[in-house]
Design a protein around this ligand. Structure first.
Ligand code: SF4
Length: 494
């Protein structure tokens, strides 16, 4: 995406402080039975903006004006707030999507890859918005193109529309079921017809999807935090393998797929979801505190200060401090407004990197033995820079404590991960990473410790893990067929 302005630092350095993070790719939201559904969807997408900042789109249906859509690059607040745009999206039924590209074009995105996707079928139109990744999309695309389908985008999600077009079922929900039975990987989908809002989760329930009630209407959302913003009551999570079809008569539930033991993404608890969301009946914030407490039990160290790497390390740092009895302090301050500053992006500014977003609270750090708590280490580049900043500020010692196990494998289920070789933990042991980062100590939470913190008292069930943890364990619950065809090697059996 070209920067919107030469002075928009975020556009030039979107990952200045977050380059060491995995990127969740999408947030989805839908609503039926309210006046001006598009405004509700815009608010919902705004609350889900952490799941994708590259682009967003909204499709609506109005009984007289039919389907309308707008898809734009950039933040929801910059695209879906003006009356002139929202007036073009009338009607009581709408779905929307925010995107960070995982499949489809990378880097500069084409607008054709921005969702929701719309298709016109003999029984009427339908739009879909997808969160996740289809692991057999290349094979499906080849097959569909050979049979005459004409693709408009490079997105894996478009396969669903073409599979629906080829289905012989008589109504759109049944065509969706047909299509999604051919799809492998992770998918949470919100879709709409002229009269129905539809939500589906893949059989393993890898990505989240929740149901809410707003007045006489209903909402579907990636996370509960987006229900809060529109004043909807959280009703329940859509179950793994469930399809809900919502009309003015209410919510119908189906289970169209072969049942399988659920494998929800454990990284949603650690990092992707917002801390004010509820997952599996527990507050994400409380789970992250519990992760920090577990980490303190597993890897204690003598120190003077527990300090989060903001913002995502904060709840775990609070948990670590509580468990260890070591004082908590904001030793690093994040500038929330860097994207809005008016700084000409010269080479000198470019080299400032992490310092554009994070600054050390020197008065707190100086002379102290500091425990830095972060949610994850991906490439290790940001961790190194943060360590240098802390030492420059006069810290006596720096100890890293990480609220997830080493990220040693890429995710193929809707999270943007570097190639395996670029993951620090894929090529180094914990001791080697400690030496590479040049810190006094480095410890990650164990996989069992993480499972305990998310509520599994006995830890991980190795014969049938309760979550997807492939990026830590290398055990992929769905074989990534396209990647294997491209030469990706699965972990050898132990
Ligand atoms: S591989 Fe990791 S990030 Fe991807 S779905 Fe599984 S746990 Fe989540």
């Amino acid at each position: 995406m070209p920067p919107s302005s030469p002075f928009d630092v975020d556009a030039f350095y979107p990952d200045a402080a977050d380059e060491d993070k995995l990127k969740e790719e999408c947030g989805i939201f839908g609503v039926i039975g309210v006046k001006d559904a598009a405004s509700f969807v815009a608010l919902g997408l705004h609350a889900l903006q952490h799941r994708g900042q590259e682009a967003g789109g909204i499709v609506t249906h109005h009984p007289e004006h039919g389907f309308n859509q707008t898809r734009r690059f950039g933040y929801v607040r910059d695209n879906f707030t003006s009356a002139s745009v929202m007036e073009t999206l009338p009607g009581p039924l709408a779905i929307g999507h925010v995107r960070y590209s995982t499949a489809g074009s990378k880097g500069p995105t084409a607008i054709r890859d921005v969702q929701p996707f719309f298709g016109e079928f003999s029984m009427g139109g339908a739009a879909i918005a997808h969160n996740g990744n289809i692991t057999n999309a290349n094979a499906l695309r080849r097959e569909l193109i050979e049979r005459g389908s004409i693709f408009q985008s490079s997105s894996d999600s478009e396969c669903i529309i073409h599979l629906m077009a080829r289905s012989l079922q008589r109504n759109i929900p049944e065509r969706m079921e047909d299509a999604l039975r051919r799809v492998e990987g992770a998918f949470s989908v919100v879709a709409m017809t002229r009269t129905k809002l539809i939500g589906v989760r893949d059989p393993l329930g890898v990505r989240p999807l929740v149901l809410g009630q707003v007045g006489d209407g209903w909402a579907l959302s990636s996370e509960t935090c987006a229900l809060d913003i529109i004043g909807a009551d959280f009703v329940r999570e859509i179950k793994p393998g469930e399809m809900v079809v919502i009309t003015e008569k209410g919510v119908e539930s189906h289970f169209p797929f072969r049942p399988a033991p659920p494998r929800f993404c454990i990284f949603e608890h650690v990092y992707f979801s917002r801390p004010d969301s509820i997952i599996g009946g527990r507050s994400v914030y409380e789970t992250r505190e519990a992760i920090g407490m577990e980490l303190a039990k597993e890897s204690p160290v003598d120190a003077d200060l527990v300090c989060p790497v903001p913002d995502s390390g904060t709840p775990a740092a609070i948990g670590y401090a509580r468990q260890s009895g070591i004082p908590y302090g904001m030793g690093i301050i994040r500038n929330q407004y860097v994207g809005r500053t008016f700084i000409e992006p010269t080479e000198q500014i470019r080299n400032m990197g992490v310092r554009l977003k994070l600054n050390v609270n020197r008065a707190l750090i100086s002379g102290k033995r500091v425990i830095l708590v972060d949610d994850s280490v991906v490439r290790g580049t940001t961790s190194r820079k943060i360590k240098e900043m802390i030492l420059d500020a006069g810290a006596a010692e720096v100890h890293f404590r990480i609220a997830s196990p080493p990220t040693a494998w890429p995710c193929f289920y809707g999270v943007d991960t570097p190639q395996r070789e670029k993951l620090l933990a894929a090529t180094m042991s914990e001791d080697e990473m400690c030496a590479h980062l040049a810190v006094d100590s480095l410890k990650f939470i164990s996989l069992d410790g993480l499972y305990r913190a998310v509520g599994e008292a006995k830890g991980r069930d190795n014969s049938c893990p309760q979550y997807c943890d492939a990026c830590f364990s290398g055990e992929y619950p769905v074989e990534p067929a396209d990647m294997i065809a491209q030469g990706f090697e699965l972990k050898a059996a132990e």
